[in-house]
Design a protein around this ligand. Structure first.
Ligand SMILES: [Zn+2]
Length: 369
């Protein structure tokens, strides 16, 4: 064999190898069906069960900017504002307009226009972007017997938009006591009437209720656990998501939090209750140590259908900010088995909200004339 023959043999061999590689490697084919910037069903990181488009003074980002922020990282997301407005009282704060509830002693009040803002923002989007969002109704006072009527009115004014109610708060550190009017309570017939109505329509209920009071006495049982449990028990037909599993900025997970949550997980009477692990404060406790991360992962691996990821971001300015909580949870993601990880990040959201969309649209067809 002369040099030229060797060279030609080598190059034929190289070509054959290249062909095999090309055949065996699944090519990254661009999907013609996917609109630019949209996530394909199999390649995004998560769905977001807990997202605020606006803040405590009803300001935030435009929904079309949020779609860009979701990009190819978040497949779907809930969409809501914040039902409470921080009043700017010139008598109290002078020219310094507060933007957060901790910035002022002036009260918070229920700002029902938030629902119209969310609905019109959603409707401003093209259909394929709308299909990635699940807007939620929040602009009601949960201590008012008329709260359910507000929800009905919003569905009537904006049919085809909403999938749930919340995040609304009953007991929330520093917030509950600042709300103008009566303090909300887990034992209020108004709350029962609201959740009964949500169950009738098929709306997902995303409720924030701290498991305990701030600075609780060491060793005392968490103040609100029995009441929240009784509330859940009274509404077996509602699909409930307990935001942050009852943990708050200074509501540290109760000593026996794992055991308390497991009490709900293993009792079929609470099969309709799910847990959202959103908020950087929750992630902070969950991944504080390798032991805490392992304890959380163990529970999720045992009950993979009952937990949902959410960010709890409020009007994030860019994608990096939006992904903060997801990235904070990396130590947890590594400890989940494949099935649990998929369900917590995406599968459970899709199952719960797909079902809600069907039910709410059917209710609207029957009741909105
Ligand atoms: Zn929130």
């Amino acid at each position: 064999m002369n040099t030229r023959q060797v060279r030609s043999k080598v190059s034929r061999f190289a070509l054959a190898v290249a062909l095999c590689v090309a055949i065996l490697t699944p090519a990254a084919r661009p999907n013609a069906q996917t609109p630019p910037g949209a996530a394909r069903a199999d390649d995004y990181l998560f769905d977001d069960v807990h997202f605020h488009l606006t803040n405590y003074v009803q300001e935030g980002i435009r929904v079309r900017d949020f779609m860009k922020i979701m990009g190819d990282k978040a497949g779907r997301s809930t969409l809501f504002g914040i039902p409470l407005q921080q009043q700017w009282s010139h008598r109290v704060d002078g020219d310094r307009g507060p933007t957060y509830y901790l910035n002022s002693d002036a009260p918070l009040y229920y700002y029902s226009f938030t629902d119209a803002w969310i609905a019109t923002s959603y409707r401003s989007l093209p259909k394929e972007e709308q299909s990635r969002l699940d807007p939620m109704i929040t602009g009601f006072n949960p201590s008012d017997m008329y709260a359910a009527d507000h929800v009905r009115r919003v569905l009537t004014a904006f049919p085809g938009v909403f999938s749930g109610i919340g995040e609304f708060s009953i007991h929330k550190e520093f917030v509950s006591s600042k709300v103008a009017g009566e303090v909300a309570s887990l034992n209020d017939p108004a709350l029962d009437r609201l959740i009964d109505f949500a169950a009738e329509v098929g709306l997902v209920v995303l409720i924030h209720n701290d498991i305990d009071t701030p600075f609780a006495k060491e060793g005392s049982p968490p103040a609100y656990f029995d009441e929240v449990k009784a509330l859940f028990r009274r509404h077996p037909d509602a699909t409930i998501v307990w935001a942050h599993i009852g943990v708050g900025r200074i509501i540290r997970p109760a000593k026996a939090q794992g055991a308390l949550v497991e009490e709900l997980l293993k009792d079929p009477a609470f099969g309709h209750v799910n847990f959202d692990i959103s908020w950087s404060e929750v992630a902070k406790y969950a991944v504080a140590t390798p032991e805490s991360a392992k304890a959380v992962a163990d529970v999720i691996n045992r009950y993979p259908d009952r937990f949902l990821f959410g960010t709890d971001e409020v009007a994030p300015k860019d994608q990096e900010t939006y992904l903060r909580v997801y990235n904070q949870y990396v130590p947890l993601w590594k400890l989940l088995d494949r099935e649990a990880s998929e369900k917590v990040r995406k599968g459970n959201y899709e199952r719960i909200f797909d079902a809600a969309r069907l039910k709410v649209r059917a209710w609207e067809r029957a009741h909105v004339k």
